[in-house]
Ligand binder design. Sequence first.
Ligand SMILES: Cc1cc2nc3c(=O)[nH]c(=O)nc-3n(C[C@H](O)[C@H](O)[C@H](O)COP(=O)(O)OP(=O)(O)OC[C@H]3O[C@@H](n4cnc5c(N)ncnc54)[C@H](O)[C@@H]3O)c2cc1C
Length: 264
Amino acid sequence: MNALVFQNFISGPRQSRVHTPRTLREVNELQRAMPHAAVIGGATWIMRAPLRGTPIPADVIALSGVAGLDEIKISDPITFGSMVTLESAARILKGLSDLAALREACVHAATPPLRRMITLGGSVAAADFHASDIVPALLCLDAEIISEESVITEIRLPRSQWVSCHERLTWRSGGEYSVASISLSYDPPTGRVRVALGSIESTPRRWTSVEQAMMAESLTPHTAARVVHAHLAELEPVTSPGIPGSYRLEVLPTVMERAVRRLL
Ligand SMILES: Cc1cc2nc3c(=O)[nH]c(=O)nc-3n(C[C@H](O)[C@H](O)[C@H](O)COP(=O)(O)OP(=O)(O)OC[C@H]3O[C@@H](n4cnc5c(N)ncnc54)[C@H](O)[C@@H]3O)c2cc1C
């Protein structure tokens, strides 16, 4: 067991006890013995708990030594172990146009050093992170999340003839949370679409009413932006420092327009 020192910029350093199991069975045993303990993937979300006003857990269970969780199986579905980092996932997904939404989300999220740490499993489990790029991408790709007890073990992505993309708007060119993001997947022969939102509401989600409306007419950047505009009243946008919720709604039709323009 090691000690992990967190710098709490508000009230000084704190420590967590770090447990390092080798198998999922050991993880589950530790969880039963310490129900208050948190499992950690890349620890990038947990390490900033003090900045969110949340206490650091006294015990953390690191998944980094658990055999098999960093494996990638290339078949249909493509299966990512939950400890696969954004950088590794992006490398594997290169050139796969049906899964481009996830690759683009992985390539543009956070910064290069962080992308070497952030895991797919941790991204799925950080449910209170409204600006996730990874979750909307997984939603629009119809990903299947596999868990064992409360531990996410795999993310499965079905292959298809669809095309997809992840469009995010930021103030600068990157290295920051997006103001608004849309993950979009599209099946050209049938006109079917899946749309997922990030950075708009408190949790990323599919936007099924917009999907239905987009499928009712032929897809162009202009029609898609118009549909988004007509459905904005359904959304409950979050306000964060410097970004009013109303601004997120204002830019959303343009984000959709750019996404469709790239897909067609
Ligand atoms: C400065 C900064 C900028 C960032 N910018 C972006 C961005 O633009 N876009 C983006 O998508 N992400 C971004 N992130 C990443 C995001 O904020 C989260 O930190 C990330 O999603 C968490 O991944 P992790 O592997 O580090 O998870 P951890 O911090 O290890 O864990 C996060 C949560 O998930 C739980 N958990 C972890 N793994 C598992 C598992 N296998 N099963 C069950 N529960 C689990 C933990 O207990 C914890 O509650 C950024 C992070 C930082 C630090």
